[in-house]
Write a protein that binds this ligand. Structure first.
Ligand code: GLY
Length: 577
């Protein structure tokens, strides 16, 4: 390069850096926007750096993405106790390097003694507090995480590492402790009203009432013992061994429902993933008992006729059609979606192109509809913040998109005595009384009523999206109750319609609409007052401003480089090699 050309080159870069912009790897110029983390071989994106590093290490030692996902999930149970868990459940979506796909449903199951009216008091009202579906012993479903991980390991693990090698890093973290971040120390305190009601939760998470501060070493000896038993005896120990006995005894002593028999009978289920298509890209996602995949695919199909790219990223025009499509799909969610083993969920009909085209045509481009007038469609024939998602891509190209949860932050707030295991409050994802809003304001129908042995309807939406040529492109999921669905949906739209990379697609402002309450939830600094005024003039109502879920994901670029990203709404680390 000549001297003159070199000077011009430097002058150009000085200019753009003075203007506060840079050129990211994909060649597009954006105002200061974090770049995804890059790795040539393998990547983990999770909400805690220690968990992501453990997952990367498992893959370096010969494990595949499934092995790594198990080790990450167990580590998050220790370092991310508000959502990471062995006392909850979730969904693991896998796309193997040879193109096969599957999903493991390890969602919690209602204890056998549960029934439709269990959360309705003598006064006919839904019980709140202890005895209800959101806090205390009766709020928990039978945990599925240990059984789900065990199933994944035995069927889809690499076979190169032992089960104990996947559990040991988590057990060590619980035993030796880790330094508390400001966020975690403060979050314990923020949830003290619930946690202090239960002796073991108070002892562990509130330091017996003295509380923790940023920088303290946080050890969990009871959890370390539980993990040690699972490490040595396998995941069945949780369901039939000492851990099971401790959980069942604590339940019995406190009017809880989970028995030894419930624990023994827990079974994960392998399910065929849902597959849809948006503008030539295959979208692979979770089937029922998740509602997330169905709602997302319905909305994408309703948006397909619109030129979303031309509408531009955050125009009132785009938000209008998005909110209207969401309104219609969440109405279907309330009526039709539930555990398919207990209720008929008309999946094919809900995804039928003609059905969705007719439903989409009821959108008036000038005027908002009212949720009171939008019921579910006619089928012919028959987040406070919660949850956590992580994504793993290994060197071979296997992809795991895993979302798991204990529902609300710190679940039911009950730590089963002597186990260190924080239990979920997943019973609230059933319709405690059909037609009455739950923790997330979601209205749900008869199909999702409480029944013993049933799995509650979920919004978790682990998703994998393919390039038009059939190669894996990105995997994403989120935390945040029903806002998970809208976060994943808008990440998909941002990647496909707005040409963003995975970091930008997750960071960009989002909206949420879930039919009822009949309102758009915008984010702080996420929508200009002018745009809001236009939408209000069309008849849209706005609820409280708040962040709409937070996502984690991995994109694979055209050279095969893994690009890991954590939503800027939350903490975590993408780590690879
Ligand atoms: N517990 C949140 C969900 O599964 O949707």
């Amino acid at each position: 390069m000549s001297m003159k050309l070199l000077k011009k080159f430097f002058a150009f870069f000085t200019l753009i850096s003075l203007l506060g912009v840079f050129i990211p790897a994909n060649g597009k110029i954006f105002a200061a926007w974090a770049e995804p983390v890059r790795a040539k071989n393998a990547m983990v994106a999770s909400q805690h750096e220690l968990a992501s590093k453990i997952g990367a290490d498992i893959m370096k030692r010969g494990g595949n993405a499934v092995d790594a996902a198990i080790a990450v999930g167990l580590a998050l149970a220790v370092v991310y106790p508000e959502a990471g868990n062995i006392g909850g459940g979730g969904f693991m979506l896998i796309r193997f390097k040879d193109g096969r796909t599957t999903s493991i449903d390890y969602r919690e199951m209602a204890p056998k003694a549960a029934n439709r009216d269990i959360f309705i008091g003598k006064d006919g009202k839904v019980i709140s507090g202890e005895g209800g579906s959101t806090v205390g012993y009766r709020a928990s479903g039978v945990p599925g995480t240990p059984a789900g991980f065990d199933y994944a390991f035995k069927k889809y693990g690499s076979g190169k590492l032992k089960w104990s090698e996947l559990v040991a890093p988590a057990r060590k973290l619980a035993q030796d402790g880790y330094v508390l971040s400001y966020r975690l120390a403060e979050l314990f305190k923020a949830y003290k009203n619930n946690l202090e009601k239960y002796a073991d939760s108070k002892k562990i998470f509130l330091n017996g009432g003295k509380y923790y501060a940023e920088g303290d070493l946080f050890k969990q000896p009871e959890l370390a013992q539980t993990l040690s038993r699972i490490e040595q005896q396998g995941a069945t120990e949780f369901y039939t061994g000492k851990t099971a006995q401790l959980i069942a005894a604590d339940m019995k002593a406190n009017n809880g429902l989970i028995t030894l028999e419930d624990l023994k009978n827990y079974k994960p289920k392998e399910r065929v993933p849902l597959k849809g298509n948006y503008r030539g890209h295959e979208v692979i996602t979770m089937p029922p008992p998740s509602s997330g995949g169905l709602v997302m695919l319905q909305v994408l199909e309703m948006l397909e006729p619109y030129d979303i790219k031309k509408m531009t990223y955050n125009s009132a025009e785009k938000y209008h059609v998005l909110a209207e499509a969401l309104r219609r799909s969440f109405a279907d969610r309330a009526e039709f979606m539930a555990d398919p083993d207990f209720a008929e969920v008309p999946v094919n009909k809900l995804l039928d192109a003609d059905y969705l085209s007719a439903r989409g045509k009821t959108i008036d481009l000038k005027k908002a509809s009212s949720s009171r007038d939008i019921g579910h469609g006619k089928i012919i024939g028959n987040e406070p913040m919660d949850t956590t998602h992580y994504t793993v891509v290994d060197a071979e190209g296997n992809v795991v998109s895993n979302t798991y949860t204990i529902n609300d932050l710190y679940g039911s707030a009950v730590t089963a005595k002597g186990t260190g295991v924080l239990l979920n409050d997943e019973m609230d994802d059933f319709a405690a009384r059909p037609g009455t809003p739950n923790l997330f304001g979601l209205i749900q129908g008869e199909r999702n009523k409480v029944e013993g042995g049933k799995r509650p309807l979920s919004s978790m939406t682990p998703t994998i999206v393919m390039q038009k040529d059939g190669k894996p492109w990105f995997a994403v999921g989120a935390r945040g109750g029903p806002r998970i669905i809208t976060a994943v949906l808008q990440t998909v739209i941002n990647m496909i319609d707005h040409d963003m990379n995975i970091q930008q697609a997750m960071d960009a402002p989002r909206i949420h609409h879930q039919w009822f309450p009949d309102e758009i939830r915008a984010e702080p600094y996420g929508m200009s007052p002018d745009t809001q005024r236009i939408l209000e003039s069309m008849g849209h109502k706005f609820g409280n401003v708040g962040y709409n879920a937070s996502a984690t994901g991995i994109e694979i670029d055209e050279k095969g480089v893994r690009l890991g990203a954590i939503d800027s709404r939350s903490d975590g680390l993408a780590f690879g090699y």
